[in-house]
Design a binder for this molecule. Structure first.
Ligand code: ZN
Length: 285
């Protein structure tokens, strides 16, 4: 099943996308895609409800805006430097255990919303990433059991302000949490749709030119290892997002580095998880 949310900002409704690309409004099911939904068999109940009600669900036009495909979760946990070539382009060593950082959940936007270059930013950069959606509370979970705690997967662009992240003092969170820095979607693909999350093609284009083109088979720490690892330090709640890191080809790695300017168009995709597109705009305020 592919979960979407659609409509105006802040007024999104839940929907599903069918195999033929048609989108249906499932608000009559009565539940939005939030912690409670993922944590109490919402996926199974929705699938059962759809069998009986699909025919009476209103169709959502292709022109309707997509929001992020879930209600704002309790946290976004990101893995840094999880591809060896990306660690090298960042001038950092390949980590011995996963590097973790948070991204503010207020950064979440729809998959095709504009990315706002923050006030004072000159180094706004892109990062295509496979994000995991947690389906069941996870605390001290083993690698072997990790997949039982996964609901599905979603495309994420982990936008990053490199000056805020690296040149300013302290933690990376400052360069990762600006408004619009977490476009999620177009949809969440449930776990059954993705045979092996550790072997998916992922790519990103800047103004039509491919800059990232890799596979999650190059992960240093795979999905099972990352879910298990994070759960040793915090409880992952249903609906939480884990972003698994980006491959080689970010703007920071170019010589000279390449950063976003107003009007730039960023398109990205992951095998089985669709594509998204953001246009860069200057901060106004
Ligand atoms: Zn990242």
């Amino acid at each position: 099943m592919k979960l979407i949310r659609f409509g105006e900002v802040g007024k999104e409704k839940p929907g599903v996308q069918l195999e033929n690309g048609k989108r249906l409004d499932v608000s009559a099911f009565g539940r939005d895609f939030d912690e409670d939904f993922f944590g109490t068999d919402g996926l199974e109940q929705l699938a059962a409800w759809l069998k009986d009600n699909e025919g009476s669900c209103p169709v959502v036009g292709q022109e309707v805006r997509l929001g992020a495909p879930l209600v704002r979760p309790s946290k976004i946990v990101c893995v840094g430097l999880n591809y060896a070539k990306h660690a090298a382009e960042s001038g950092m060593a390949v980590p011995k255990e996963p590097v973790l950082f948070f991204k503010a959940t207020s950064a979440i936007v729809g998959p095709n919303d504009d990315v706002i270059i923050p006030k004072g930013s000159e180094k706004t950069d892109w990062e295509v990433e496979l994000a995991v959606v947690i389906g069941k509370k996870a605390s001290y979970v083993s690698k072997e059991d990790a997949m039982d705690h996964v609901a599905g997967y979603v495309l994420h662009n982990d936008y990053s302000e490199r000056e805020f992240q690296i040149e300013r003092e302290g933690q990376w969170v400052k360069g990762k949490s600006c408004d619009t820095f977490a476009p999620l979607g177009p949809f969440i693909a449930t776990k059954d749709e993705i045979k092996d999350p550790n072997n998916l093609h992922l790519w990103l284009k800047l103004n039509g030119e491919t800059v990232q083109d890799s596979s999650t088979s190059d992960f240093i720490f795979n999905v099972q290892e990352v879910v298990s690892y994070i759960s040793q330090f915090m409880t992952l709640l249903p609906g939480d997002i884990i972003s698994t890191g980006t491959p080689f080809g970010v703007g920071l790695g170019f010589n000279p580095p390449k950063y976003l300017k107003p009007g730039d168009v960023v398109e990205l995709g992951i095998e089985g998880l669709g594509t998204s597109k953001q246009t860069a705009k200057a901060y106004q305020g």
